[in-house]
Design a protein around this ligand. Structure first.
Ligand SMILES: Nc1ncnc2c1ncn2[C@@H]1O[C@H](COP(=O)(O)OP(=O)(O)O)[C@@H](O)[C@H]1O
Ligand SMILES: [Mg+2]
Length: 485
C-alpha cells in the first residue's frame, strides 16, 4: 500500500527518472552536490549583489547631497565677490577630495555656467538636465552617460540668489566594488564546487566499491561459482549486506555440494539399474538361446523321428501337429531372445542390429522407416554407446509406432570425430512437450535422456502438435573410447 503511494507514477517524474535513474551513482551524487553548491552560491551572489547595489545607491545619493550642499555653502562668498578663480579652485578641490565626483559646476541665477571641472568644454545638454527651485533643499536625478550612470544633484546657493551648485557622482567606482564582491562570491562558489566534486568522488568511491564487489560476486553466483566472497569493508549497512551475502553463498555452496552428491548417487544408481537390466536381458536371451532353443530343437528332432518311426497314422498326425507347435514356439523364443538382447549387437555391431530391428518393425507395422548410418563401418563404437544407441532407437521407434500415427520415420546416425549423433524423426501428429515433461509415469523419453546423459551426452526433443517429432541425441566419444575396436 505504502509502496504504491511512493511509486513514481507521475509522467513528469517518470520522464525525469528515465534520465536521472539511468546514470551511475557517482553521477547522481555529483549532480546533487554540484546542484546544491551552485544553487546556494548563485542565490547568495545575486542577493548580496542586489542588496549591496541598493545600499550603495542610497549612500551615493546622500553623498551627492552632502557634497553639493558643502560646495554651495563654500561657494556663496566667492560668487558674491565674483572670485571665479577661487570658485574654480573650490570645484577642483571638491573633485580631488572625493573619488566619486565625476564633475562639479556652478550656475549663476541667470543660467550661465560660472565655473566647471570639464577640461575640454562643457557638455551640451547637461545644464538643462537638472535644476532646483530656490526653496527646495536639493534635487537629484540619475543621468545615463556613456561612462555609466551618474547621480546629478542640484542644490540652490544662498537660497537661489547666488545660483545653483551641481555635482555629478559617478557610479563606476561603486559598480567596481559590487563587481569585485560578486566575483569573489562566484570564485568561492567555484572553489566550494571543486571541494564538493572531490568529496562526492570520494564518497561514491567509498559507496560503490563494495557495491561493485557485490555485483561481481553476484554474477559469479549466477555462473554457479559459489566460492565468491565479498570483503567486509566497513561496519555499516553495506558491511551487513556483505555478511548476509557471504552467508548466503556459503549456504548455496553447501546445498550445491549436497545436490551434486545426490545427483551423483542417483546417476550411479540409474547406471547400475541399466547395467543390471542389460545383464539380465543378456542372461535371459542366452538362456533362451542356449538352453530353451536347444531343448526345443531336440524336441523337434525327437518328434520327427517319432513320426517317421510310427506306423499308426493318427499318432503320426498328432506327432506332426506337436512338431509344428514346437517349431512355432522355437520361432517365438528366437524373436523374444532377439528383442531382449540381439546377439547381433554384440557380434556384428550396431548397424546390423538396427537393420534387423527396423526390418522387424516394418514387418509388424505399416510404417516406412529410413535408416542411414554414417561412419560406423570401419570401427565399432564402445559397447556402452552401442547398447545405449540401440535402446534409444528401439524406444523412439516404439513411441512412433504407438503414439505418432506417422507415415514415415527416419533414423540417421553419424559418427563425428568427438561424438556420435543420432536423429530420429517422424511425420506423425507430434505432442506438447510441456505437458509430457510435467506428466509422470511416462518413462520412455526419460529413459532416452538418462541413457544419453549417463554417457555425458544430451537429448533434444522438438515436437509440436501436428508437426511431427524429432529427437536429437549426441553422445561424446572420449579419445580412449574412440580407439576402442
Ligand atoms: N513420436 C511421438 N509422436 C507423438 N507423440 C509422442 C511421440 N513420442 C512420445 N510421444 C508422447 O509422449 C508421451 C511420453 O512418451 P514416453 O515417455 O515414451 O512414455 P510412453 O510411451 O510410456 O507413453 C507419450 O505418451 C506420447 O503422448
Ligand atoms: Mg514410450
Amino acid at each position: 500500500m505504502k509502496e504504491r503511494q511512493l511509486s513514481p507514477t507521475h509522467p513528469w517524474f517518470s520522464r525525469f527518472w528515465a534520465v536521472a535513474g539511468a546514470v551511475s551513482i557517482r553521477t547522481k551524487i555529483l549532480g546533487i552536490v554540484l546542484g546544491l553548491v551552485l544553487v546556494l552560491g548563485i542565490t547568495v551572489t545575486v542577493q548580496v549583489r542586489s542588496v549591496l547595489t541598493r545600499t550603495m545607491d542610497m549612500q551615493l545619493e546622500e553623498q551627492g547631497i552632502s557634497v553639493a550642499r558643502d560646495l554651495a555653502a563654500r561657494a556663496t562668498d566667492l560668487i558674491l565677490i565674483n572670485n571665479l578663480y577661487a570658485l574654480h579652485q573650490l570645484l577642483r578641490d571638491t573633485q580631488a577630495n572625493n573619488g566619486n565626483v565625476r564633475y562639479a559646476f556652478v550656475v549663476s541665477p541667470q543660467g550661465q555656467v560660472l565655473a566647471h571641472t570639464f577640461g575640454d568644454g562643457f557638455p551640451a545638454g547637461l545644464l538643462d538636465a537638472n535644476t532646483v527651485t530656490s526653496d527646495a533643499h536639493h534635487h537629484s536625478i540619475t543621468l545615463n552617460t556613456d561612462e555609466g550612470q551618474v547621480w546629478d544633484t542640484a542644490v540652490p546657493i544662498f537660497e537661489g540668489r547666488a545660483g545653483i551648485a551641481r555635482i555629478g557622482l559617478s557610479e563606476a567606482g561603486l559598480r567596481r566594488t559590487v563587481d569585485g564582491i560578486t566575483g569573489q562570491l562566484l570564485l568561492t562558489t567555484v572553489l566550494v564546487s571543486a571541494i564538493g566534486i572531490t568529496a562526492a568522488t570520494l564518497l561514491t568511491w567509498v559507496l560503490t566499491r563494495p557495491v561493485l564487489d557485490l555485483v561481481r560476486a553476484t554474477q559469479a553466483v549466477g555462473r554457479r561459482d559459489f566460492t565468491a566472497r565479498v570483503p567486509r569493508w566497513a561496519n555499516d549497512e553495506i558491511g551487513e549486506l556483505a555478511d548476509a551475502f557471504n552467508s548466503m553463498t556459503a549456504a548455496l555452496a553447501k546445498a550445491d555440494l549436497e545436490r551434486a552428491e545426490r545427483e551423483q548417487l542417483r546417476a550411479q544408481y540409474v547406471s547400475g539399474v541399466i547395467a543390471a537390466q542389460e545383464d539380465e536381458r543378456k542372461r535371459i536371451a542366452r538362456e533362451l538361446h542356449d538352453s530353451t532353443s536347444q531343448s526345443l530343437s531336440s524336441l523337434l528332432l525327437g518328434l520327427r523321428a517319432m513320426s517317421d518311426a510310427c506306423e499308426q497314422a493318427d499318432i503320426r498326425h498328432r506327432a506332426d501337429e506337436l512338431r509344428m507347435v514346437a517349431a512355432d514356439t522355437l520361432e517365438e523364443v528366437h524373436t523374444l531372445a532377439l528383442q531382449l538382447r540381439p546377439s547381433m549387437l554384440d557380434d556384428l555391431g550396431l548397424p546390423a542390429a538396427l537393420e534387423r530391428h527396423v526390418a522387424d518393425c516394418q514387418r509388424l507395422h505399416p510404417l516406412h522407416i529410413d535408416l542411414a548410418i554414417k561412419g560406423l563401418n570401419d570401427q565399432r563404437l564402445p559397447p556402452t554407446v552401442e547398447t545405449a544407441l540401440y535402446r534409444i532407437v528401439q524406444e523412439a521407434l516404439t513411441n512412433v509406432m504407438r503414439h505418432a500415427q506417422a507415415q514415415t520415420a527416419s533414423i540417421f546416425i553419424e559418427r563425428h570425430s568427438h561424438a556420435v549423433r543420432a536423429i530420429i524423426e517422424d511425420d506423425g501428429h507430434g505432442f506438447d512437450l510441456a505437458q509430457v515433461s510435467s506428466n509422470d509415469g511416462h518413462l520412455g523419453l526419460y529413459g532416452i535422456r538418462e541413457r544419453a546423459e549417463l554417457l555425458g551426452g544430451r537429448l533434444t526433443i522438438e515436437s509440436e502438435p501436428g508437426h511431427g517429432t524429432s529427437l536429437f541425441i549426441e553422445i561424446p566419444l572420449s579419445s580412449k573410447e574412440e580407439n576402442h575396436a
